[in-house]
Design a protein around this ligand. Structure first.
Ligand SMILES: Cc1ncc(COP(=O)(O)O)c(C=O)c1O
Length: 475
């Protein structure tokens, strides 16, 4: 019988098998097709009724490895330009494995003083990397969605306080709607966070100066004047073209009108790592809360992010939990589960610490600058092709363009690019889908993976042109 207790002897072999397979997989990931060719339902062979009799760990792992080899999207590789996804640096990947082996619960100092202290150190280092004030509170999160949730939960607590209400205690009922003001750059995850917080997506007022979503400063200023206590929601690094809201202007407005400024800087905060782009996030140190991802430009494995809150009391008040058996906390030794939505938490600090220790400030600056250069290189290649049209400036690492073959009618371009986007994903040599930018269907490859180099980026334009030329004309 394959009871885990009898499987104990297989532990070492199971870990060695996983390590050997991971090394083999990652050795091939640089050149592999991003979407492996095949039937398209690769995990189907793993389905079926729950077995009464288990196979034992090694047999189970062999099945899993075979299916993953056939079916896993090579998103850890350098040619995955879809969404905004990093890979795991060597240090962070190995530390992530250790996180599972050590299985620390990053709950409080009793469950793991090691995980707590390492989370403090990692957050301090991130603040240094990003130029955020050392006194701010912080917490690691599962992604920018939960980091946005965390910052906006603190904002909600502050807003309740402005109305004399402890919203964590009393709830929102009886209070007016929470005004949330933003630009057209706002990301779906921030809206989701507002929905989860009971503030409501529908309360968001968007002030866009044009179809790209750029902030209409005058309209925002005017609306703030009439809003009472409000949450200003800024985006640093917008997904379609890497645009930035004017953070310094928004920080001024927040100060002037007594508003809370939350910045979703999921990948854009890495602009702070290079003097070439630091200006894009000027003013972020005057925000009240900031969200940033770890699994994007920090290149630690999924999942990881961080939320920072200027006022530690407000942060703690939004998530504090107590029960007799859980013990108490003091400010030098924060209970991170009282700063986060979850109570039991993965010790995400291990990969964060390891990658920052391994590569340091200079290593991250070099990586960010390499990606900035690659984005400019791609922009130049797009500009040099008469059948391609770049749709936006490239302030950071996202290049927004579309296929526009000479002679093609304008009203057929959206459909053509949509089909071409599908073709690119099916082809798998490079990987990015489509978006809609300023009303136009467009591509938006984003460069964030530590492995990505010129040979990877140089595949984008020829692949698009080749697949575009092969498309049947629309009916
Ligand atoms: C600006 C921005 N905010 C938030 C998110 C959501 O991040 P996550 O998927 O890590 O929750 C993303 C993801 O692409 C993003 O680009």
């Amino acid at each position: 019988m394959a009871d885990p207790i009898f499987d104990r002897d297989a532990l070492e072999k199971a870990l060695q098998l996983a390590a050997a397979e991971a090394v083999r997989y990652l050795a091939e990931v640089d050149e592999a097709l991003v979407r492996p060719p095949g039937p398209g339902a690769p995990a189907e062979g793993l389905a079926g009724a729950l077995p009464d009799e288990g196979t034992g760990s090694l047999a189970a792992l062999h099945e899993l490895i075979a299916a993953a080899g056939e079916g896993a999207t090579r998103s850890a590789g350098p040619r995955f330009f879809h969404f905004v996804m990093g890979g795991g640096t060597p240090a962070s990947l190995a530390a992530d494995w250790l996180t599972s082996a050590l299985d620390q619960i990053a709950f409080n100092w009793v469950s793991s003083a090691f995980a707590m202290r390492l989370e403090q150190i990692s957050l301090d280092w991130l603040k240094e990397l990003f130029g955020l004030p050392a006194a701010w509170s912080g917490v690691l999160a599962s992604g920018a969605t939960t980091a946005n949730f965390t910052g906006l939960a603190a904002a909600r607590r502050w807003w309740g306080g402005e109305h004399g209400v402890d919203v964590e205690e009393a709830g929102l009922s009886g209070l007016p709607p929470v005004p949330v003001l933003t630009s057209g750059y706002v990301h779906a995850s921030a809206l989701k966070a507002l929905a989860m917080l009971g503030i409501g997506r529908g309360q968001v007022q968007t002030f866009a100066a044009d179809a790209t979503g750029r902030l209409d400063e005058d309209a925002l200023r005017e609306a703030l004047g009439n809003a009472g206590p409000a949450i200003l929601l800024a985006t640093a690094g917008e997904v379609n073209a890497g645009g930035f809201d004017p953070l310094a202007v928004m920080a001024d407005l927040a100060e002037e009108h007594g508003a809370w400024l939350h910045v979703d800087a999921a990948f854009g905060l890495f602009a702070a790592a290079s003097p070439r782009t630091r200006d894009l996030v000027r003013g972020i140190d005057r925000a009240h809360s900031v969200a940033v991802d770890g699994h994007k430009w920090l290149n630690v494995p999924y999942d990881c992010a961080a939320a920072f809150v200027r006022d530690p009391e407000v942060h703690h008040g939004a998530f504090a939990t107590s029960a007799a058996y859980l013990g108490s906390q003091d400010s030098d030794r924060p209970t991170f589960s009282s700063l986060a939505p979850e109570m039991s938490r993965r010790a995400r600090a291990l990969p964060v610490w390891a990658t920052l220790r391994a590569y340091g400030r200079d290593g991250y600056r070099a990586m960010v600058e390499r990606h900035l250069d690659l984005a400019q290189r791609l922009a130049e290649q797009v500009d040099a092709e008469p059948d391609l049209e770049r749709l936006a400036d490239v302030p950071l690492n996202v290049v927004c363009f579309r296929y526009r073959p000479r002679g093609e009618a304008d009203d057929r371009l959206d459909e053509l690019n949509r089909r071409l986007g599908e073709a690119v994903l099916d082809d798998g040599r490079v990987y990015f889908g489509t978006t809609v930018y300023a009303g136009k269907v467009a591509f938006r490859p984003a460069i964030v993976n530590w492995r990505t180099g010129p040979t990877d980026v140089d595949l984008i334009v020829p692949t698009v042109l080749e697949l575009g030329a092969g498309l049947q004309p629309p009916e």
